[in-house]
Design a protein around this ligand. Structure first.
Ligand code: ADP
Ligand code: MG
Length: 227
């Protein structure tokens, strides 16, 4: 309950955020511009050029990550709620993340009943929320392994359990999930989970986290089953 309250307070700050992210994109873009101008105006030796090129690439990657984590969220809330088959929607997400997972030697396995279990969500926001969770799970398993997704019905609810066997989190890290800019990664945005909590709450879903340092993490998303 307390945790839910804290999360809610965190979400309040989110609206101030849409504006500042576009602001944030200016940093990498300014930096890229600067280096491209330098390369254009001076004769540098090969090593120096390579160094500049690498910096430019890093800045492009930073901008790309910011956009990826934030893309759906930054769009105006259309409130386009549709009834989806959870199973086929998750299969689409698995296709999108296929290359990202394969590159890191990670296999995503889905267990779901054939009828798919329907929920009412904004499909794009649902996709973004789940993608951000799975990408974090993949990031937490640098040595590869299995990422498991289980969809099940529990009374009038549909549960989506997303489990990695990665680095896990401490209690403090779990508390800070969803806080803008909280990231333990060298090139993280710290915006992915904020977006996830925000859009899941907009769609009246719930998120629970169980995590053990060194063991792994399970995120459970709960939605009312749509009839
Ligand atoms: P980013 O991925 O850019 O760091 P996120 O908001 O997506 O930002 O995640 C915030 C932080 O939460 C991560 O840096 C990581 O410390 C922690 N985290 C989220 N999911 C997991 C997970 N599955 N396993 C371990 N740590 C996680
Ligand atoms: Mg992330």
């Amino acid at each position: 309950m307390l945790n839910a309250l804290i999360k809610h307070e965190k979400l309040e700050t989110v609206s101030h955020f849409a504006a500042s992210v576009s602001h944030e994109l200016r940093n990498p873009i300014q930096s890229i511009k600067g280096f491209v101008q330098l390369l254009n105006n001076h004769e540098y030796d090969r090593d120096r050029q390579t160094e500049f090129h690498n910096t430019i690439l890093q800045e492009i990657n930073a901008a790309e990550k910011l956009i990826e984590d934030y893309l759906i969220f930054a769009k105006p809330a259309y409130g386009r709620i549709e009834t989806i088959h959870t199973k086929s929607e998750i299969e689409k997400i698995m296709n999108i993340l296929g290359p990202y997972a394969a590159e890191r030697e990670i296999k995503i396995v889905l267990t779901a009943p054939e009828d798919g279990l329907r929920i009412a969500v904004d499909p794009q926001k649902f996709q973004q929320a789940v993608i951000n969770i799975i990408r974090n799970g993949i990031d937490a398993m640098p040595a590869g392994g299995l990422f498991s997704i289980v969809i099940q019905r529990e009374k009038s609810a549909v549960l989506i359990k997303l489990t990695d066997s990665g680095s896990g989190m401490t209690k403090e890290e779990i508390q800070r999930l969803g806080e803008p800019y909280f990231s333990t990664k060298t090139t993280g945005t710290g915006l992915g989970m904020m977006v996830t909590y925000s859009v899941i709450s907009q769609m009246h879903g719930e998120i629970d986290v169980i995590s053990e340092k060194g063991q792994g993490t399970t995120f459970t998303l709960t939605f009312a089953a749509a009839e």
